[in-house]
Ligand binder design. Structure first.
Ligand code: G3P
Ligand code: MG
Length: 247
């Protein structure tokens, strides 16, 4: 049975260290966080890397697309100095490198399958294949995606691993059917835009509800009072401090 924490560090601890880097995981662990959320996608030559955008621009300055760049090039890029000079030298980690740090720090992982367009199935397949060889503790692992094809592939590959259905701001009309069909364990919704009615509909499915990306403690408490169980945050220490302990 998966054991979710109250707060999950978003992309590591994105307000304090460059997102989706090994240093971000270390900073989250140093804060005492139990879990982080990381995004995984594939390089052109099918190496699973921890990266959010389709384009390398924002965090590395390269204008290339991830899906058109081989890992040999990706590994030469620098992905920390955009965030702050003291983070210069941070690289884009492979999934395997990130898991090494997580295991060393005894942390849980929400791995978000974030495929480049058209690679929904293979991204899940490659990432889960790698994970299946190095990750044992399934109480501390949640695979999530906005892409139902990725979740379907995850279900086929590792049916007993917990999966989370990520809902965008606009919920698809058939979201309940998708949750049923994909047999997801959790519902991961946009906590900044979700209404109380939506949260109540999600609660009716009797699954844990996770809200992304909550950096405002007042909103966190409101969502908590509506029944949200777990929060993704860039400032996880602040959210953790402000949640009510009894829920
Ligand atoms: O998994 C929660 C959250 O990370 C989803 O949105 O764009 O930050 O990956 P995004
Ligand atoms: Mg994400």
């Amino acid at each position: 049975m998966i054991k979710l924490p109250k707060v999950i560090g978003h992309r590591g601890a994105a307000a304090y260290a460059p997102e989706n880097t090994l240093e971000g995981i270390q900073v989250a662990a140093d804060m005492g966080l139990e879990w982080v959320e990381l995004d995984v996608k594939l390089t052109k030559d099918l190496v699973p890397i921890i990266f959010h955008d389709e384009n390398l621009q924002r965090t590395t300055g390269s204008s290339a697309l991830v899906a058109e760049t081989d890992y040999d090039t990706i590994k030469t890029l620098e992905a920390g100095s955009w965030f702050g000079d003291s983070f210069a030298g941070q690289k884009i980690p492979t999934l395997e490198e990130a898991v090494d740090v997580l295991l060393e720090r005894n942390m849980g992982l929400n791995l978000e399958i974030k495929p480049c367009p058209g690679r929904e199935r293979e991204t899940a397949e490659v990432a889960l294949d790698v994970l299946s060889q190095i990750w044992d503790d399934h109480d501390k692992l949640l695979i999530s995606s906005f892409q139902h094809v990725s979740l379907e592939a995850a279900q086929e590959m590792a049916g007993d691993w917990a999966r989370g259905l990520l809902l965008p701001e606009e919920w698809p009309e058939n979201w309940e059917e998708m949750a049923q069909y994909l047999q997801v364990t959790t519902i991961n919704l946009n906590g900044n835009t979700a209404t109380r009615d939506q949260i109540e509909m999600a609660i009716d499915l009797e699954k844990p509800i996770l809200a992304y990306t909550i950096n405002d403690p007042i909103r966190a408490r409101e969502l908590q009072s509506w029944g949200v169980d777990t929060f993704f945050s860039d400032e996880p220490d602040i959210i953790l401090e402000n949640l009510l302990t009894v829920h």
